[in-house]
Design a protein around this ligand. Structure first.
Ligand code: AMP
Ligand code: MN
Ligand code: MN
Length: 329
């Protein structure tokens, strides 16, 4: 039996489910969560969405999404629930103890090629543009009608994970899915306005500081910027305000790899930096670099958290990107 058949069978058979996703959720994480919740509800299931309380408030662009029903604590009957992980490549991205207990029955639905297959049943499709694309096909196979709320949640995931249909994961299937969702009744312009307009001014102030801090390492084709705690303070910005900054690095000529290095702001994470890497084409696999430093991701978009000091970190990135650009031998 294929993994896909197993997942379909599990979803048909389960009565009570608990859905969750990775920490610092992005559009695919949130859209997939909402879509799956709604799909299961239409199937008559008892579905609960879980996200830890410290993940709220959500980044500004996602606050309009209907998350009124999400819970922040395990429900009393959690041991009887099938746990569904969406868009989460490994369990380190969900630092919540009750979900990591041995014996938890986990359905792992994801599109990261480096997914560690931590589930009891795993459906990992690296060809899918986003996790929501997998859910879309599962819903059709389960005979669930794609309602407007489901279509809107799926569309948010699709448009954000493909970088507005610009990244390499923008396949014909992704465009077909978009077209079908629009036919269902998604108003693309309204969604885009929520996601990309009306953002806090602090974003622009933080971007200005990031642009002022750019360094180019021409030997390795790296365009990198750094945001310190002082930068965040001066811009009166939150960590979520750094979303999208790395894409500005990526748009510069002769860039093989774009990087954003930002200091974490939580007091207990002092000294740690979050690194976002983006490759502009197929020459460099940034997920390999991220995995070597305790993170992961996709070939052209990956991330990790490190306590390496800035000079060592930059040296490591230059060496690893350089090595991939000019293969030894
Ligand atoms: P980001 O740079 O945070 O936007 O993340 C880009 C991609 O890398 C996403 O697809 C994430 O799934 C992945 N990623 C980011 N941080 C981590 C991490 N600490 N561990 C594993 N994957 C990560
Ligand atoms: Mn994600
Ligand atoms: Mn995703």
């Amino acid at each position: 039996v294929s993994e896909r058949e197993q997942i379909l069978e599990e979803l048909r058979a389960a009565d009570k489910l608990l859905l969750t996703t990775h920490e610092n959720p992005d559009g695919d994480a949130l859209g997939s969560l909402l879509a799956m919740h709604e799909i299961l509800r239409l199937m008559g299931k008892d579905s609960v969405m879980f996200m830890a309380a410290n993940q709220f408030p959500l980044p500004h662009e996602y606050r309009y999404l209907p998350f009124e029903e999400v819970v922040h604590d395990p429900p009393g009957d959690v041991d009887q629930r099938t746990v569904v992980f969406l868009d989460c490549g490994n369990l380190d991205r969900m630092p919540v103890d009750f979900l990591r207990k041995a014996g938890t029955h986990i359905l792992n639905i994801d599109h990261h090629h480096d997914n560690t297959r931590f589930g009891t049943v795993n459906l990992v499709d690296p060809e899918a543009s986003c996790t929501a694309e997998i859910l879309y096909s599962l819903a059709q196979e389960l005979g669930v009608e794609i309602t407007v709320p489901i279509a809107e949640a799926l569309y948010v995931a699709l448009v954000t994970d493909t970088g507005k249909f610009m990244f390499e994961n923008t396949t014909p299937a992704a465009h077909r899915m978009a077209a079908e969702l629009l036919e269902t009744g998604v108003e693309a312009q309204r969604v885009h306005r929520h996601l990309y307009e009306g953002l806090p001014f602090s974003r622009l102030r933080l971007l200005a500081r990031a642009l002022a801090n750019v360094t180019r390492y021409e030997d390795a084709g790296i365009t990198l910027t750094h945001l310190s705690q002082e930068d965040f303070a001066a811009a009166e910005a939150t960590e979520a305000d750094s979303e999208g900054i790395v894409d500005h690095m990526r748009s510069v000529e002769d860039t093989a790899v774009a990087a954003l290095v930002r200091e974490l702001l939580e007091p207990e994470k002092a000294g740690q930096r979050k690194v976002s890497l983006r490759a502009t084409d197929g020459r460099v696999d940034v997920s390999r670099i991220a995995r070597g430093l305790g993170g992961g991701g996709h070939r052209q978009a990956a991330g990790f958290t490190t306590d390496l000091p800035m000079p060592e970190l930059v040296e490591r990135l230059r060496a690893e990107v350089g090595e991939q650009l000019v293969p030894a031998g």
